[in-house]
Design a protein around this ligand. Sequence first.
Ligand SMILES: [Zn+2]
Length: 157
Amino acid sequence: MHRLDLILFTHCHFDHLWGVSDSKNASLLFPSAELVASETEVSFWSDPELPGKVSPKQQPLVTQANLKLASPRLRLIKAGAEVAPGVTTFDTAGHTPGHISVHISSGSEEILITGAVVVNSAVPKPEPTTSYPPFRGYGFGAETGCRRLEPRCSLRW
Ligand SMILES: [Zn+2]
């Protein structure tokens, strides 16, 4: 059986974060793993006023419960941090305020994990600065995250 040593979250949407706990959000499923997330992302989701600012569909209270549960194991980083040898993050805010992507290299091999940057529902629209609907009004859009990917891949607007 394999052991998870580190879990790195690109962002804190339910489909990325909630798997850290059991179905009742009562215990961590990987209690020995170090959890790593962007401090900007965690700060955004930890705002006590957030439930009044985003759609109830985002279920911010469940996300906040998961973050509280994770907090003893959670290492907050700034985008750009190297979280392990060869594992470097970079800022791709847009899908969420603190979204990060990850570049992993080992020897001559490398991979870019973009999280939800290019699956953002606003990307295929003619106006790529359109914000992801749940976060309209926060001053960023899908274009922001995609432009930050450009130096690292062939994605172009
Ligand atoms: Zn997402």
